[in-house]
Design a protein around this ligand. Structure first.
Ligand SMILES: Nc1nc2c(c(=O)[nH]1)N[C@H]1C(S)=C(S)[C@@H](COP(=O)(O)O)O[C@H]1N2
Ligand SMILES: [Mo]
Length: 439
């Protein structure tokens, strides 16, 4: 028996922890390097070593000048956002994050999703002002410089549009990539000033219960924020992954409400008015107030609930033959930390516990991973997440029972599709192709 045959035998002997080949995450460690080689097909026989490394042009002459602003390799050109309105016509623009081409837990700034209802304003930071007024003891106005003198903090946080994953409300599963289906969520490290610090400085009138936040873009997008959230973990964010916020994400400042519906995270924020009652603005009375099956509006429902989806494999990333694969994906909850993610390869009949990438941050992406031995037969991959508050990601059947589907004739169609957080199912076909199914 050659070492590689032996490794193949060991691979067969590995005990799955759940049906359809889900392995314990220590399988690799126990099997050692030879096993890994057998699994992936990368083991070398000794005489072939030398032929593997050849000197290409880049190994023979000095490279190019280091640029003053780094850009990624030209070989990564296809890792881009998809645009719903590439010509910037006068309607909403969406740019979706390519989750199937990324890994880890935070989203590079150029790939953070964007929803801009009237394009990205080109704001001169020296001219931008943030005004706090209304039910306060002392109205205040801040320049960017003034804000920078206050104590700052950094935190990881996802932002997710309430309409992310909306295609999954349709009666039939829509065949599309994870980018098209779930690309309206991203995660970054945001740095800025706690809103409570600024509100304390302004002095809150005891009558104040809400804050109407307004952006500097032409629609002056406005949303009402309960004062309790504003005093909890809200931030006026100035930096995104260490650099100034991207123009599309709110340059030079945005309201960050960790774990809450994307729309209320007002970009280019310029006004915070403290009020007794909510403003009943357009975006909270119409677009982000979907009508539930009973006819009642799903209004002032801010939380992005516990959710997960598998990014690898996923539609468009076909498997290249039976063998070993890592199943990996993203889990997050607007309530707090992710506590557990279970993965199934047999459509929910059996489950294995995935490894969570540390550190697990509150209200931020958590990468989960589980090793899998695909036998080449049919499989249905699913993930289900739990958060530290004990909330569990629902099945699609459960979600649709309370929230409806997009079957109906318009206008209902336009209103039902918000806050989809149910389990997502990828079917692996015989040839390795990945399809979106409802299991
Ligand atoms: N001023 C302003 N704020 C805004 C928007 C906008 O168009 N204008 N879009 C909202 C919507 S619908 C979402 S989902 C989030 C998206 O944040 P991002 O573009 O930084 O990902 O910003 C919200 N804040
Ligand atoms: Mo949104």
């Amino acid at each position: 028996m050659t070492p590689s045959d032996r490794a193949k035998q060991e691979l067969k002997n590995l005990q799955p922890v759940a049906g359809n080949g889900l392995l314990h995450r220590r399988a690799f460690l126990h099997g050692g390097a030879a096993l890994a080689g057998a699994i992936t097909g990368y083991a070398l026989v000794p005489p072939a070593f030398g032929q593997q490394l050849t000197d290409e042009s880049w190994s023979l002459a000095p490279g190019v000048t280091v640029p003053d602003f780094g850009v990624r390799s030209r070989f990564e050109k296809n890792v881009v956002r998809t645009l719903s309105n590439p010509k910037g016509e006068p309607r909403t623009q969406h740019a979706r994050t390519p989750h199937h081409l990324l890994n880890g837990t935070f989203t590079p700034n150029g790939l953070h999703f964007v929803i801009s209802h009237a394009g990205d304003p080109d704001i001169d930071p020296d001219k931008h002002r943030l005004v706090i007024h209304g039910l306060v003891k002392q109205p205040l106005v801040f320049t960017l410089d003034a804000l920078a003198r206050y104590p700052m903090e950094s935190r990881m946080a996802f932002v997710e549009c309430g309409g992310n994953s909306a295609p999954l409300f349709s009666v039939e599963p829509i065949q599309a990539s994870v980018q098209a289906l779930h690309g309206l969520v991203s995660c970054a490290e945001w740095t800025g000033v706690r809103l409570s610090t600024l509100l304390d400085e302004a002095g809150i009138d005891p009558k104040a219960k809400w804050i109407v936040a307004e952006g500097a873009d032409p629609p002056h997008l406005s949303r009402s924020v309960p004062l309790s959230k504003a005093m909890d973990d809200a931030m006026i964010a100035l930096y995104q992954n260490g650099e100034r916020i991207m123009p599309g994400n709110g340059y030079p400042m945005r309201l960050l409400l960790p774990g809450w519906e994307g729309n209320i995270n007002v970009k280019w924020v310029r006004r915070l008015q403290l009020t007794e009652t909510p403003g009943m603005t357009f975006y909270e009375s119409r677009t982000y107030a979907p009508i539930l099956p009973g006819g009642k509006a799903y209004q002032f429902y801010f939380l992005q609930e516990v959710k997960s989806f598998i990014t690898h494999p996923s539609p468009g990333l076909a498997l290249k033959g039976p063998g070993f694969y890592e199943i990996s994906g993203i889990a997050y909850s607007g309530t707090g930390r992710i506590a557990k993610v279970m993965v199934s390869a047999d459509g929910g009949k059996s489950w294995a516990q995935a490894a969570l990438q540390e550190p697990v941050h509150s209200k931020a992406f958590t990468r989960f991973r589980v090793p899998w031995r695909w036998d080449g037969g049919p499989a249905v991959l699913q993930s289900q997440a739990w958060d530290e508050a004990g909330y569990v990601q629902p099945t699609r059947t459960q979600l649709v029972a309370s929230r409806g589907e997009t079957t109906r004739v318009p206008p209902v169609t336009a209103f039902v599709s918000q806050h989809y957080n149910a389990i997502v199912s990828w079917s692996i076909e015989r040839g390795g192709e990945v399809k979106h199914v409802y299991a």
